[in-house]
Design a protein around this ligand. Structure first.
Ligand SMILES: [Zn+2]
Ligand SMILES: [Zn+2]
Length: 389
């Protein structure tokens, strides 16, 4: 295996300039979720040129793709690429590096395919991570059905092997009351805005009684038309996040109960609309993280412990709930550079980002080779997945 890994390292180094220029091209042409026509085209053409069989538009998602390389009967290992940008601030989440390190890992494996153990490698292009839930559509479309293990990396200001992600559910509350003159006949009205305000008040009381990892944040999206009209319609949107799916749904039900209580108290009618795009928490897989860690350390890189306070959400969490999956963080920016900032967007095309891209590509390719070589390792990752909540 050591010779294969050395060959993978050399293959990635040989592709370095090509990968970096692809990364810069994606960065210079930022595309929002589900509109990543250029990025998905460039990545799938790159992989096709390296010997992958590419299917575009998998699961009915136009900017998704699946590139497959088979070396015989064996496990299926997936490497995931994200390539959507953020509105206004472009590639401030560094998805250009996620995309090209995944494609680079695939290309390196293709370059050493004659020496690889038997199995199937899939580089999967997953659109619209920034809120659109592309991976959820791919899961529903069966793209991960035959995948044994999946991995991706995310750019960060340091190396971290695992970061918890919170599950998130989004909900709209639409209250309908009855309009009336607010001064002449207020007793004829039913105040929908009061119901919204009561909901916020009840949620604030709920906050004392939830676990510290819970985040509840809401805004009023409609608060009425004019002060002299009792608001006949008012709406609010809430995001509810928690570290486990069961607890997220429990808190969700309690927040809905706050809105129901407010409707009862005010006499307004409530319509609850839960968004179908639910990002799930990240399941930890020690087996896969361990293999990734060993391959990272083989290159002289040691990861730092995670920061348990700063918690976001991502649709890789959903993947981790259906198959063993990991998302280690790779240093592409100076320490202290926050993601979703303009500084992070600038960092994503620096020599530091090139180094992170190449290290990530090598580590993912080596991790894939380890998993293909040792079906028992894949079984252990799956057993661990089945046993963990
Ligand atoms: Zn992001
Ligand atoms: Zn991101």
């Amino acid at each position: 295996m050591s010779a294969v890994k050395d060959a993978i390292g050399r293959a990635v180094d040989g592709l370095a300039d090509e990968l970096e220029s692809l990364s810069h091209r994606i960065h210079a042409n930022p595309e929002l979720g589900y509109q990543e026509v250029q990025a998905s085209g460039w990545l799938s053409n790159f992989l096709a040129a390296k010997g992958f069989e590419v299917e575009k538009g998998v699961a009915g998602v136009e900017t998704a793709f699946r590139a497959t390389l088979e070396t015989g009967e064996g496990p299926t290992i997936a490497i995931l690429c994200e390539y959507d940008a953020l509105p206004g601030i472009g590639h401030a989440c560094g998805h250009n590096v996620i995309a090209t390190s995944g494609a680079g890992a695939g290309a390196a494996l293709a370059a050493v395919r004659a020496q690889l153990p038997r199995g199937r490698i899939q580089v999967i292009g997953t659109p619209a991570e920034e809120g659109g839930g592309g991976k959820i559509k791919l899961i529903e479309g069966g793209v991960f059905k035959d995948v044994d293990c999946a991995m991706m990396i995310h750019g960060f200001d340091r190396y971290v092997l695992h970061g918890d992600l919170l599950g998130i559910v989004r909900v709209n509350f639409d209250f309908t009351g009855k309009a009336a003159h607010a001064s002449a006949d207020p007793w004829e009205g039913v105040n929908a805005l009061d119901a919204v305000i009561q909901t916020f008040t009840a949620v604030s009381a709920l906050r004392q009684h939830v676990r510290p990892d819970v985040r509840i944040h809401g805004i009023i999206t409609n608060g009425g038309q004019a002060p002299n009209i009792i608001p006949e319609a008012a709406s609010a949107t809430f995001y509810i996040r928690a570290a486990t799916l069961d607890y997220m749904w429990e808190v969700y039900r309690r927040v809905v109960a706050c809105a129901e209580g407010a409707a009862r108290a005010t006499g307004a009618q409530l319509r609850t609309v839960q968004s179908p795009t639910v990002y799930e928490p990240m399941k930890f897989n020690e087996t896969l993280v361990g293999v990734f860690k060993a391959n990272l350390e083989r290159q002289g890189v040691t990861a730092e412990p995670p920061d348990p306070i700063r918690l976001g959400s991502s649709d890789i969490g959903n993947v981790s709930q259906v198959i063993p999956a990991i998302q280690p963080y790779v240093k592409i920016a100076e320490a202290g550079t926050a993601i979703h900032s303009r500084a992070f967007a600038e960092a994503a095309v620096t020599p530091l980002a090139r180094r992170g891209l190449l290290t990530a590509a090598k580590t993912m390719a080596m991790t894939t080779a380890d998993l293909l070589a040792d079906p028992a390792l894949v079984r252990r990752a799956k057993d661990e997945f089945a046993a963990s909540r």
